[in-house]
Design a protein around this ligand. Structure first.
Ligand code: ADP
Ligand code: MG
Length: 247
């Protein structure tokens, strides 16, 4: 069986230049991520995690090396093409939920579809409702997001990332602002989405959250230090139990 490569990088590097000073944020990253994988990226602060995710998400460009997303050679794309590929293939989730606070959950989730220029979404409201139900917020659709808890807001952000049916979900510390219980809910939601076939790459500095993934990549000083399959994956039940024991 030939499983599709969603991500392939070859000797990918990113150097930031601030005047005289050069920061090598990423050095010669060779990475393959197949369709259906669920990968956690870990590493100390400053190790290059966000830089890598931003490049994978076409928010930033590599200084050298190659990046193929879903078979497309990203290096060769111009700004508009990058925006199209972002809107078409990628769902982003950030630590700060980046929601419009005095706007309902439903309108926040439907927003990406308003900007979609492909015309492939015939009924935006229906799609947004379905996404909110999928993240367990069917009964909170008409709440303004500033009336929701942090965990609920992050789930709204996840629903928003889902509406354009992305090939790839990228998450940068999605649980960074959440309490332990809400973090477990979000990690479990990622597992459910992955079980439905979504490819997920999530940055986290929390080992308990990484343990929900199928594969953990450690970065150190902009290089891949280790890349390993997760043997005893956490489940919502096991994680909640661990939480109780440690309390
Ligand atoms: P992490 O997400 O693992 O904490 P980052 O990818 O944010 O790490 O940063 C990696 C390195 O690149 C750090 O040394 C950081 O200071 C540097 N860096 C990141 N973004 C920029 C930027 N826009 N300009 C200059 N240096 C940057
Ligand atoms: Mg970061």
């Amino acid at each position: 069986m030939n499983v599709k490569k969603v991500i392939e990088t070859k000797k990918l590097s990113r150097v930031f230049k601030n005047g005289e000073i050069e920061v090598r944020a990423l050095t010669a990253i060779d990475l393959e991520i197949l369709e259906g994988e669920f990968v956690a990226i870990m590493g100390a602060s400053g190790s290059g995690k966000s830089t890598l995710l931003n490049i994978l998400g076409c928010l930033d460009k590599a200084s050298s090396g190659d990046y193929y997303l879903d078979g497309v050679h990203v290096n060769k794309l111009n700004k508009n093409q990058l925006a199209d590929i972002r809107n078409g293939k990628i769902g982003f989730i950030f630590q700060s939920y980046n929601l419009l606070s005095r706007t309902t959950a439903l309108d926040n989730v439907g927003l990406p579809l308003v900007y979609d220029r492909t015309g492939r979404f015939k009924n935006p409201t229906e799609i947004a409702i379905k996404a909110l139900k999928q993240v367990g917020l069917g009964d909170r659709m008409y709440h303004k997001t500033n009336q929701l808890s942090g965990g609920q807001q992050q789930r709204v952000a996840i629903a928003r990332a889902l509406v354009n049916d992305p090939a790839l979900i990228l998450s940068d510390e999605a649980t960074g602002n959440l309490d332990s219980k809400s973090s477990i809910d979000v990690a479990d939601l990622f597992v459910q989405l992955n079980n439905k076939g979504k490819t997920i790459v999530m940055i986290t500095h929390e080992p308990e959250i990484a343990q929900f993934s199928k594969r953990i990549i450690y970065l150190r000083d902009g290089k891949i230090l280790t890349d390993e399959i997760v043997k005893n994956r956490s489940t919502k039940e096991s994680a909640l139990q661990d939480l109780e024991i440690s309390a």
